[in-house]
Write a protein that binds this ligand. Structure first.
Ligand SMILES: Cc1ncc(COP(=O)(O)O)c(C=O)c1O
Length: 465
């Protein structure tokens, strides 16, 4: 049979291309720089190493931030309903959010933020709060823009700034010395107002706030937020506020959204997470709320990257918020029950850490606390590890190997120049109730998670301190 005629200019396609051409192509591919320049300096992430260590047998993981108990029954049922009900929930939904979800987020948060929120203009649903942060940074931060980051900080803020071409500018929360022998509180970690003011320049585009803060558990007070707000207004800066732990506040503390302060709604993006809200981090549904003047740029970014988030997870989150709206402020509300249960877990962990001679910093929010390991540092200064490796990282590796217990070194939540300042703290997550030591290498003299897992609303911390 005659070979098929090829259009003019195209080579005969039968058989492999000549070897020389193959080698030529291969060489071209191999000599090209593969990694995009925006990844320079962020391609090593210490989390990878610690998460791998945590996955080893017999390690009690009190480091990573996710609950080890089920979401509330109403949320699980909502998800089951989304999967087995309307088959159209298997298909794409509206790009900027499944309409019942954007509607309930608008009405629920509209009341909290004191704004008339338009579901189409002021709400964007994203792949978790991570997705919201990424979209915000990409949409707003330009080459050379400065972004103020308060440290210790949720570690993705720095690479997200860099990937957008921005320049991170760090300002540290510092503990005020405690004279009276009492345990430190995260509320005594403060920003120096003069130092904070000095970080604002004509290039400052955004400030990223995280309240309640990860890893410290600090809940920013109204007065602290007023300071941040006035500087943002004075220097015409956007505030990106990560409030994923807003329901997890303790000791009667109030979470204040900076967007509620006078003049702030117009320059604030408020970020939330259904994963943290309903103890379902695997669902990866998040959102951003804000004025249309900011959100329209995030929509452009979202439209050209993620485009749609999974519909069924959004439907489950919508139904869960509808339920919470009906129970809001009542004892039956998950947002009331969860912090009460988790506060008992926090208190139990504080007692356990104290009983082994550690000095935890009492958090007012989130599900993390940090604890001071200075005493270990002075008693065991020469733990194995690279000479330039911050002490807290060497300590955590030692603890995993010798005690079968995993925490997260706090220096990984800090900028490189400031890591030494924070290398005598490690972070624990107290949203853990299931893992019980007793087997393997775990020492019973080390902090133990509370016993008991509750059904329905989450953990019931039997025997919590
Ligand atoms: C402060 C903070 N923001 C955002 C996230 C990410 O949330 P999501 O799982 O919804 O992407 C986390 C997760 O640990 C977090 O701690």
């Amino acid at each position: 049979m005659a070979p098929e005629k090829l259009p003019p200019g195209q080579a005969q396609a039968s058989g492999p291309p000549p070897l020389t051409l193959c080698l030529f192509c291969l060489q071209l591919v191999m000599t090209k720089q593969l990694q995009a320049r925006r990844l320079d300096g962020i391609d090593h992430n210490p989390w990878v190493e610690f998460v791998k260590l945590a996955s080893e047998a017999d390690v009690v993981n009190l480091g990573q931030g996710f609950p080890d108990f089920p979401p509330p029954d109403f949320a699980v049922e909502a998800f089951q309903h989304a999967v087995s009900g309307d088959f159209m929930l298997n298909q794409y939904t509206k790009a900027f959010g499944y309409p019942p979800l954007t509607k309930i987020l608008a009405s629920f948060f509209g009341k909290l933020l004191g704004q008339d929120i338009d579901p189409l203009k002021n709400v964007l649903v994203t792949v978790g709060a991570y997705g919201a942060l990424f979209t915000a940074f990409q949409a707003l931060v330009d080459e050379g823009d400065e972004v103020i980051i308060i440290e210790p900080f949720f570690d993705c803020y720095e690479p997200m700034t860099l990937m957008a071409g921005g320049r991170p500018v760090f300002v540290s929360l510092k503990p005020s010395p405690n004279q009276d022998g009492e345990l430190d509180s995260s509320s005594s970690w403060q920003l120096d107002p003069t130092e904070l003011a000095s970080k604002f320049t004509s290039r400052t585009k955004a400030l990223i706030l995280n309240t309640p803060n990860n890893p410290l558990g600090k809940v920013f007070s109204r007065a602290e937020l007023e300071l941040v707000a006035s500087l943002c207004q004075q220097h015409d800066v956007v505030c990106i506020t990560d409030e994923v732990y807003q329901w997890l506040v303790y000791d009667g503390c109030q979470h204040v959204s900076i967007a509620t302060l006078p003049g702030m709604w117009e320059r604030t993006l408020t970020i939330g997470s259904a994963g943290k809200t309903f103890s379902a981090t695997g669902w990866k549904v998040g959102w951003v709320l804000g004025p249309d003047s900011l959100l329209k740029h995030l929509r452009t970014m979202h439209q050209n990257s993620i485009f749609h988030c999974p519909t069924q997870a959004q439907a489950a989150v919508a139904q869960s918020f509808e339920r919470e709206q009906l129970h809001f402020g009542q004892p039956s509300s998950y947002f009331v029950q969860l912090p009460q249960a988790i506060q008992r877990c926090r208190d139990h962990m504080i007692q356990s850490l104290k009983s082994v001679g550690l000095r935890p910093v009492i958090p007012q929010g989130s599900y993390f606390l940090i604890t001071d390991i200075s005493e270990f540092k002075s008693k065991m200064p020469n733990l194995p590890g690279a000479a330039d490796e911050p002490y807290d990282r060497r300590f955590v590796k030692w603890m995993i190997k010798n005690k079968g217990l995993m925490a997260i070194p706090v220096s990984i939540f800090c900028s490189v120049p400031h890591q030494k300042l924070f290398d005598h703290y490690i972070r624990f997550c107290f949203m853990k109730v299931k893992d019980r030591p007793g087997g393997g290498k775990t020492s019973s003299s080390l902090p133990m998670p509370p016993a008991g897992v509750g059904r329905g609303v989450g953990p019931i911390c039997v025997g919590a301190g």
